[in-house]
Ligand binder design. Structure first.
Ligand SMILES: C[S@@+](CC[C@H](N)C(=O)[O-])C[C@H]1O[C@@H](n2cnc3c(N)ncnc32)[C@H](O)[C@@H]1O
Length: 272
């Protein structure tokens, strides 16, 4: 196994649908904005890669009711518990990294999932190559690696407020340090050669969050999961309060009781 793949494996998420869906409205908005940009009229076969709980897959199926729609995910915690929904969606447990469709689809859609996979240099052109002629690849990934919240996450592992104390294993810290998502220009260079049309953009959402430690609650549903799963109880007792305090300082509660959490996302829509 390469170092890259080992780092990806260490980043085990152990998903919690309940935690992930705490901010369902903020998480759904980019998915819908991506869906609106898909320029395909009547696809026969659609895959939603990393479909999670399937909420977005159901919107996809509603937009193209006559299409065969498959939601694919490698987390049994996240996947809906039925194999086939009344609406006709098929849920498939599989790993995107080694997935190939039985029949070339007209649309491969993926919202907030591919950032968990390594080696986009190989992955993204491979996905584009799986499309039928005229097909569309539509992807949204968070650009969270450079966010203050994620920098503090990495820093707290190596500087947890106790001099000389480092948390987690070398592998965990290496995995947390990895940024799988390339910037928009790199993505353009990567995909231009395999696209008829290529549309790439970034959006920064000024997310208004409520409640106690809302940024911690947000990352606890996604990017923080590999760290929480890997630290032992003693380490968690140090990491969690230190990280929460740093987040409160970086994202102060406003006078109206709400917290602003700016969040950047990268969108790619290509047709072949
Ligand atoms: C942040 S959730 C997004 C879920 C859904 N797309 C949405 O927008 O609500 C990321 C999903 O990607 C899935 N995922 C991550 N790596 C995967 C892989 N290698 N193969 C399949 N699914 C994967 C996770 O299990 C998780 O359900």
């Amino acid at each position: 196994m390469t170092e890259t793949n080992r780092a990806a494996r260490v980043a085990s998420t152990g998903w919690s649908p309940k935690q992930y869906l705490k901010f369902a409205d903020h998480r759904l908005r980019p998915a819908i904005e991506l869906l609106h940009r898909v320029p395909i009229e009547s696809p026969e076969t659609i895959y939603d890669l990393g479909c999670g709980t399937g909420d977005v897959t159901r919107l996809i199926a509603a937009r193209w009711p006559s299409a065969t729609v498959c939601g694919l995910d490698n987390s049994l915690e996240m996947l809906p518990k039925v194999e086939v929904e009344p609406g006709g969606i098929e849920w498939i447990e599989a790993d995107i990294e080694c997935w190939t469709p039985a029949k070339k689809p007209e649309l491969i859609y993926s919202n907030a999932a591919l950032q968990w996979l390594p080696d986009h240099q190989q992955l993204l052109p491979r996905l584009a190559g799986l499309l039928s002629a005229g097909g569309c690849l539509a992807i949204q990934m968070p650009l969270s690696w450079a966010a203050i919240s994620h920098r503090l996450m990495r820093e707290t592992l190596v500087d947890c407020g106790i001099p000389g104390r480092i948390l987690g294993t070398d592998e965990l810290r290496a995995a947390a340090a990895q940024n799988w998502v390339a910037d928009a220009e790199t993505c353009f260079d990567l995909l231009d050669g395999c696209a008829e049309n290529l549309d790439i953009w970034e959006t920064e959402y000024l997310q208004v969050l409520s409640g106690t430690d809302p940024v911690f609650e947000w990352v606890q549903g996604t990017g923080l999961r590999p760290i929480l799963n890997a630290l032992d109880d003693d380490e968690l007792n140090i990491f969690v309060p230190t990280y929460k305090k740093r987040l409160r300082e970086a994202y102060p509660v406003r006078s109206n009781g709400q917290t602003l959490y700016p969040f950047r996302r990268l969108f790619v829509v290509l047709t072949v």
